[in-house]
Ligand binder design. Structure first.
Ligand SMILES: *[C@@H]1O[C@H](CO)[C@@H](O)[C@H](O)[C@H]1NC(C)=O
Ligand SMILES: *[C@@H]1O[C@H](CO)[C@@H](O)[C@H](O)[C@H]1NC(C)=O
Ligand SMILES: *[C@@H]1O[C@H](CO)[C@@H](O)[C@H](O)[C@H]1NC(C)=O
Ligand SMILES: *[C@@H]1O[C@H](CO)[C@@H](O)[C@H](O)[C@H]1NC(C)=O
Length: 395
């Protein structure tokens, strides 16, 4: 009896000794779970929530998954991915097209069961007409023949290709390979985390992928550097930067390269609106979403960050993520953060609903060239989006 009791007693003590540090750590370090506060519910903020939630692995120092809060000053999620509804029709009014090599966006769409669709203009590339208007006249126009015969259409398409080649020569090919190599540089960011360093600054991140030099000069200088014909830059490239960003070829080389990549094939968007990606990621990531709540100040108080909102609420978070352009918000940071001075241009989209005169042939020609042409040509009801430039260079 006696000999039986002794070992079990010492076992008890041992067990208690073993448990002691565990109980201690459970009652201090590990609970409650940390709170991650994300400012902004666009694709950046919603992606952070998604990756935190779905790639969390418990570890001794972090056994419980974080609480995630997202603050959005608007009444809807999605940031610059937004649609407007006019007369029962819905239009993309912000980030409207996605590149076929945007693998994150493709994965999100699959994961969330969203339907992918090509944008209206790229559906029938063969019969697409192209005209370049210099403000007074067409400086270049492809042939347009509406024939029922596929062979005739094919010939017209070859003639058009030949005429484009005649005008721009090999510059179009050079432009294509410039875009391709820029896109390939972007793809480096998809490499596995082991092969990818952790970046402290944006400069470092761009240098690692070989994209930094593009930020040091204008798109025009970049393209002259690779010996693109001035005619192509003046005509086609200008048209592309105008359509995509409402800007000229003096745009930064990096933004310009992105703009050119957005003129290629295989572009897509989410049926019903690209904003659904942000919405779906937030819905599936167990987030506490604070709509209509703007963050005014973020103060670092040693152990945690204190976020104060316009609703006079105060939140403490172990991690604070600002997923919104600092140039666009008025957050007071303590300690202050330095934001490099940047010249940005706002692009305003104005939607105009009108009834067009189908007998005005010039107008019809113009409209056939706009990207924003509605598919339903039978009704004489057209929607045109004019890109209006405003707020030239915010100081
Ligand atoms: C996309 O999903 C596939 C299949 O799940 C995965 O192998 C790939 O790594 C994902 N890509 C990205 C960029 O997350
Ligand atoms: C960027 O420019 C610097 C200085 O002109 C040059 O040394 C470097 O090789 C360039 N990097 C790339 C990736 O082109
Ligand atoms: C996410 O949830 C909200 C609220 O329940 C809903 O209105 C929205 O449609 C959902 N988003 C998606 C993409 O399903
Ligand atoms: C944030 O709110 C708390 C509580 O109301 C207050 O004590 C603190 O001074 C506020 N911080 C800032 C930076 O306004």
């Amino acid at each position: 009896m006696y000999s039986d009791l002794k070992p079990s007693f010492s076992f008890l003590i041992l067990l208690f000794l073993c448990l002691q540090p565990l109980i201690f750590s459970l009652s201090t370090d590990a609970s409650p779970p940390p709170t991650v506060c994300i400012v902004g519910s666009g694709i950046g903020g919603s992606s952070v929530a998604h990756f935190l939630r779905h790639y969390f692995h418990p570890s001794p120092s972090q056994p419980t998954p974080p609480n995630i809060k997202i603050f959005e000053r608007s009444y809807v999620v999605g940031g610059r991915m937004a649609t407007v509804s006019i007369g029962g029709e819905s239009f993309e009014a912000g980030a409207s097209i996605l590149h076929p090599k945007n693998y994150h966006a493709l994965n999100y769409s699959n994961l969330l069961g969203l339907k992918v669709k090509p944008p209206p203009a790229s559906e029938d590339d063969d019969s697409m007409s192209l005209g370049i208007w210099d403000g007074k006249k067409f400086v270049f126009k492809t042939l347009q023949v509406d024939s029922k015969f596929p062979l005739v259409q094919k010939i017209v398409s070859y003639v058009n290709s030949f005429r484009i080649f005649f005008r721009y020569g090999f510059s179009l090919l050079k432009m294509g390979s410039f875009v391709e190599s820029t896109v390939d540089s972007f793809l480096k960011y998809y490499e596995s985390p082991e092969r990818r360093p952790i970046f402290e600054t944006v400069d470092e991140m761009l240098k690692w992928a070989g994209l930094y030099n593009l930020t040091t000069q204008t798109l025009q200088d970049e393209l002259i550097g690779i010996k693109l014909s001035p005619l192509l830059i003046k005509e086609l490239v200008t048209v592309i930067t105008r359509i995509n960003y409402g800007q000229s070829v003096y745009i930064s080389g990096l933004a310009g390269a992105v703009s050119l990549a957005g003129s290629g094939g295989g572009l897509w968007s989410v049926d019903g609106g690209n904003w659904q990606m942000a919405s779906g990621l937030i819905n599936s990531s167990d987030v506490s979403l604070h709509l209509n709540e703007e963050i005014e100040s973020i103060s670092y108080l040693g152990e945690y960050y204190e976020l104060n909102s316009t609703k006079r609420n105060s939140y403490s978070c172990e991690v604070a993520v600002v997923a919104t352009p600092l140039d666009e918000v008025n957050i007071r940071f303590s300690p202050a953060v330095s934001i490099p001075e940047r010249k940005l241009q706002h692009t305003h989209a104005t939607f105009v609903r009108g009834l067009l005169n189908p007998f005005s042939s010039n107008l019809m020609k113009m409209i056939q060239l706009t990207k924003y042409f509605l598919e339903d040509q039978c009704q004489m009801h057209y929607w045109i989006a004019f890109l209006v430039q405003g707020c030239r260079q915010t100081e």
